[in-house]
Every structure is written in structure tokens, then in C-alpha cells.
Ligand binder design. Structure first.
Ligand code: HEC
Length: 136
């Protein structure tokens, strides 16, 4: 096979594999809106199916605290939590506000609907997309 074609194939595959935002749009957006401030959430709560992703990301970062803060380790731990939660959501370890759990119920499991690469990409996106963007 032509080497350029092969290289382009590998390149586009890896670009695709890393498109966390695309995975979010396909698999999460129908429930988690990307950006919304607290006041609008309260006003529009009836139209929402889940906490906005900006809130999810901020809550996990606030709640998952390492004894010895290390940004890279923390990012990895939060990403691992998100990847796990996609397949095994559970009321016992949801970090959602109780009010939100009451309102929305527990997230349904998406087991079997995302590949390992897609879960990794979307979890990284959830972490990185909201760096420096607080939910308020
Ligand atoms: C059918 C609706 C629905 C879809 C689709 C959905 N979620 Fe959720 N998700 C929820 C609800 C409802 C909650 C809040 C209750 C809870 O924590 O389980 C939630 C909570 C979460 C949490 C927070 C857990 C915590 O402890 O605070 C994460 C992380 C999450 N979702 C990630 C995702 C990702 C990533 C996707 C796409 C791959 C996704 N969700 C798709 C409904 C959904």
C-alpha cells in the first residue's frame, strides 16, 4: 500500500479517536448541556435531563482532592472516575448534589455504547474543556 495513504489513514484515525467533543455531542449532549450558569439552570430546571457538563466537571474537580496536590495525577484520577462512571453510574458514589439526584435520578449506564478510546477521549474533554471555567 502507498505509504502516504497509510500514514493519512493512521493520522485521521488518531485524530478521530481523540475527538472528545465529537463523542460528547453523540453520547452525552442529549442530557448534559455544555455550558449554563447556575441562575439559568434554576430557571430552566424543568427542561434539563441532567446537570450541565460544566457543573459535572467542576464538582468532580472540587470533590476529588489529593493529599499531595499534583495537577497531572489529579487530572488522571478525575478522568478515571468519569470513564468508570459512564459504564457504572451508581448512587452510592455519585458526587452529584442530593437535590439534583432527586430531580434527575441516577444516570443510566452507557455500557457497550462507547469504546475504550471514546471513553478516554470524552473523559479528557470533560476535564480539559472546563479548565478555568467555574460553574457559578
Ligand atoms: C440519558 C441521560 C444521560 C446521558 C446520555 C449521559 N448522562 Fe451523565 N448523568 C446523567 C444524570 C441524570 C446525572 C446526574 C445523576 C448522577 O450523578 O448519576 C449524570 C451525571 C454524570 C456524571 C457525574 C457523576 C458525579 O458523581 O457527579 C458524570 C461524570 C457524567 N454524567 C458523565 C457523562 C458522560 C461523559 C456522558 C456521555 C458519554 C454522559 N454522562 C451521558 C444523565 C446522562
Amino acid at each position: 500500500m502507498n505509504k502516504t495513504v497509510l500514514l493519512l489513514g493512521i493520522l485521521s484515525y488518531s485524530l478521530w479517536a481523540l475527538d472528545g467533543y465529537g463523542v460528547y455531542q453523540k453520547k452525552c449532549m442529549q442530557c448534559h448541556v455544555e455550558m449554563m450558569d447556575k441562575q439559568t439552570v434554576l430557571k430552566q430546571i424543568k427542561t434539563l435531563k441532567a446537570p450541565p457538563m460544566v457543573e459535572v466537571s467542576n464538582r468532580l474537580k472540587e470533590n476529588i482532592v489529593l493529599k499531595e496536590e499534583d495537577a497531572a495525577v489529579k487530572r488522571r484520577v478525575v478522568i478515571a472516575f468519569i470513564k468508570e462512571y459512564i459504564e457504572n453510574p451508581n448512587i452510592d458514589y455519585s458526587m452529584c448534589h442530593l437535590g439534583a439526584l432527586d430531580r434527575f435520578g441516577v444516570m443510566p449506564s452507557l455500557k457497550g455504547q462507547l469504546s475504550e478510546d471514546e471513553r478516554e477521549a470524552v473523559a479528557q474533554w470533560v476535564y480539559d474543556r472546563y479548565e478555568g471555567k467555574t460553574f457559578k
